[in-house]
Design a binder for this molecule. Sequence first.
Ligand code: AVJ
Length: 350
Amino acid sequence: MSKSPGAIFDGAQRRARWAEAQDGPGNRRNPRPAPRLSRPDAADWLLVEEVLAGLRSRPKRLSPAHLYDRRGSQLFEAICDLPEYYLTRTETAILARHAAQIAACIGPQALLLEPGSGSSRKTRLLLDALADLAAYVPVDISRGHLLEAAGALQAAYPHLEVLPVCADFTQGIALPPTRRPPARVAVFFPGSTLGNFDSSQAVGLLERMGRTAGAGGGLVVGIDLVKDPAVLERAYNDAAGITAAFNMNLLARLNRELAADFAAGGFRHEAVWVPAQSRIEMHLVSLCAQVVHVAGERVEFQAGERLVTEHCHKYTDQSFAAQARAAGWTPRQSWTDPRGYFSVQYLEKV
Ligand code: AVJ
């Protein structure tokens, strides 16, 4: 990189400034090399406040974001390979089959931003079709997982600028400075993660993504479609019990990180299709009347009481288009699989 004396910031300085702004004053004395991560403790702070608020609400509820600590992220990876969990396989097949068309929608020299990037496995299908990407920005709340995935990706795509951001993407994302100015920003939001958000939250999230992408920005989003309830319920009640372990891991995490004392075996996993809301609901059902302590607070459970841990909304093309339009996005193109199980949509912010 050439240093022009007149320039206020070169790339490295801009990057350091950005990282500092993301990290906040508490971390200024502890500089680390770029790429930097935003707000290392933000997730912990959110955890206490959100968990206690959720346990005081009726029904008791926890944000599905808390399912994804390191162990939870590993279990989710295992879920993706389950025979019953058709979502990942189906979406991957759609992306593989239509990558060239999707890349053509995104256009040249884009910055590709992926909220909740996890292992970035599906991203590679797009990266292979997007030869001249300005940069790839994976955003994930699980720091170790994010860094591992970003490192592997950087090794596989040495010429691509990979800029990982550790953050809760629901809080909005500040774009890191890139070496090459992007022609546009395209948000990649696969996996039906959008389905975790209730309708008004989903609209808010899509709006924030629209603000991040800006006018002319793009959105590639994967949504799971409404189908036979038996197929849906099987996908969240797998025979091997991995989804149950994923759900139950939340309690182990609370025990570990919030000094909670959930008894092993005090709850069971349940996943039910709720047609009126067009969603699968994942619950932890209390097996007996019990008292649990979480971060110093006493929490009572009745026998059979449900703690809601996740909502997984299923869409039709129409219901999704209505939500996207409400958030200022215009649907441009969509792709599905032969069974019509899953849909990948391209939208534009005009
Ligand atoms: C990652 C939110 C898309 O809703 O299918 C999988 C999470 N939960 N099995 C989904 C999940 C239980 C998954 N998403």
